[in-house]
Design a protein around this ligand. Structure first.
Ligand SMILES: Cc1ncc(C[n+]2csc(CCOP(=O)(O)OP(=O)(O)O)c2C)c(N)n1
Ligand SMILES: [Mg+2]
Length: 183
């Protein structure tokens, strides 16, 4: 039985309550907003393939923990970004790829099967592949405490949550920026 995406997302917020969390468009953002709508949530809308790249940019701008919740379809679209993560100076970045084996947000079409952790390791990054919620929680704790960027591939059961985050892009961005710059 694969991991529970909502429980893994909750584990991220429990382990790193102050993290900036950048969530892939669609399901990852729906789940995150359902677990907790917080000012340090950076929900992406529409911009498939750019979640991890956005994480690199944000990680350059803050010393706080930055956690990307990417999707398997989205990360496949921009797989080369793993090489950029490995070559960027972003020790505060953790990239999670929720692999539900589908383009879940658009109706569950199957995605190509990719070993994301192996691809990350081939780029020089520490990486884990996990298949249970407990395995994820352990791997995330280690990754977020590591002095380098890390990647976690997490097999999850596809879900179709009811929750939806706000749809005001400039407000989402401003809210994150303000949360990082206020005392
Ligand atoms: C460039 C681009 N192509 C296609 C889409 C349509 N689209 C939105 S979400 C999505 C599926 C994303 O799949 P994945 O990253 O695996 O996330 P999941 O929905 O499974 O959580 C697609 C194809 C888009 N928004 N942008
Ligand atoms: Mg998917």
């Amino acid at each position: 039985m694969p991991a529970d995406q909502a429980a893994c997302t909750a584990a991220v917020l429990e382990e790193t309550p102050d993290a900036v969390v950048i969530s892939n468009l669609g399901v990852a953002s729906y789940v995150l907003s359902g677990v907790a709508d917080r000012s340090r949530n950076f929900y992406l809308w529409g911009s498939m393939g750019s979640t991890t790249a956005t994480g690199i940019g944000v990680a350059y701008g803050t010393d706080e923990q930055v956690t990307v919740l990417d999707g398997d379809g989205s990360l496949t679209m921009s797989l080369g970004v793993l090489a950029t993560v490995a070559n960027a100076d972003v020790p505060n970045l953790t990239v999670v790829c929720f692999d539900n084996g589908t383009y879940g947000t658009t109706g569950g079409q199957p995605t190509p099967s990719i070993e994301f952790a192996a691809a990350a390791e081939a780029c020089g990054l520490p990486a884990n592949s996990v298949e249970t919620t407990n395995g994820f929680t352990e791997a995330y704790s280690a990754a977020s405490n590591r002095e380098t960027a890390s990647v976690i591939e997490c097999d999850v059961t596809p879900v179709d949550p009811d929750s939806r985050p706000m749809f005001d892009f400039s407000h989402i961005t401003r809210r994150v920026r303000d949360a990082l710059t206020e005392e």
